[in-house]
Design a protein. Sequence first.
Length: 340
Amino acid sequence: MRTSDFDYTLPPECIAQHPAEPRDSSRLLVLDRSTSQVTHRHFRDILNEITPPDVLVLNETRVIPARLNGKKIPGGGKVEVLLLKRISDQTWEALVGGRGLKPGRRILLAESVEAEIMEDLGRSKRIVRFSTPISTQLDAIGDMPLPPYIHAPLQSRDQYQTTFARNPGSAAAPTAGLHFTPELLRKIEGSGIRILKVTLHVGLDTFLPVSEDDPADHVIHTEWCSISPETAQAANAARRLGGRVIGVGTTSVRTLETGANVNPDDGLIAPFEGPTSIFILPGYSFKGVDAIITNFHLPRSSLIMMVSAFAGRERILATYQQAVEAGYRFYSFGDAMFIR
């Protein structure tokens, strides 16, 4: 298995620059793993694909305005700080863009907010200490951290936020969740399908292609996640009744599989809270999910490798080609797949 095995050609015009409006009007490609049959629907038709006692598992992380612009002290050269992981109220792991950004360098971000680079983690990653708890300042001085392939400005911050986002901490949105409207969620619950919540704070490494020739040599990013005892219990109960655990997005899948690997031999999803570095490649045996709702992912990314592990690499690449030919919109603001 090589990283190049997960490559495909995507015309630039297929990359969505704006979310669908309304959100559930986006398209939905349904892929049946047992037959390779592909069905074309709209996302609001997801109700035709799920029935009780299935459960939907959503990631209720909330994107923070994590992109900060500043200037060096002294010198005044421009610096961009992109928050990745909170270490304490005033200390964060961040991507820092600019020259000469070694430990000891100070950055002015606002009139009363400064930062100092404490440690060089390699490439552009730094440990940064702020002069004040930065979380309280982000709404005023931060911008939403859109992926690099989205060039159109947001009309509002809510465009890059799920309607059910609750727990702040992500540097990127769990984009499969962007398709759900409050009305659609009410219809789903009204049909008797339980909606369960987990949290995984998404890091920007999610969008990076795997650079190693052999994916097994890639060091996967670590993200903080949480499964409550109530969510674990409800998911396990649904399976006992013959229902499916449906992960909404690769972040929910990553969280559920982390819980399922706490005691991998008992077939149950366990409560969990802490860092996860699970890397799902073809050959992995899924224990926590039975179906996945997901967007279309970047070539050579850990995410296309994950869905290939779930549905088969050749089947996924063939389906992606069908989606390109059918005019589907790709990536964060794009259309969705339901892999059953």
